[in-house]
Design a protein around this ligand. Structure first.
Ligand SMILES: [Zn+2]
Length: 72
């Protein structure tokens, strides 16, 4: 499934509420490409990414997102 592959590329937690990356939803419905946080409602659109010189919204999210420190 293409969508699951896209979701796994989201590596950063929500920058607003720190929701786990696995909860973050990637939506690609043709003209609308965005990343959505179901915990706090934060939305990142592909146009936001382009405006900030990122090539897509996933790269942008991973840049603005929050990284948890995991014990390995
Ligand atoms: Zn959030």
């Amino acid at each position: 499934m293409k969508e699951k592959a896209e979701i796994r590329r989201i590596k950063a937690a929500c920058p607003n509420c720190y929701a786990d990356p696995e909860k973050i939803i990637y939506q690609n419905s043709g003209p609308i490409v965005r990343i959505y946080c179901p915990e706090c409602g934060l939305v990142c659109r592909e146009t936001d990414a382009w405006a900030n010189h990122f090539k897509n919204v996933i790269d942008y999210w991973n840049h603005i997102g929050f990284y948890m420190v995991h014990d390995e």
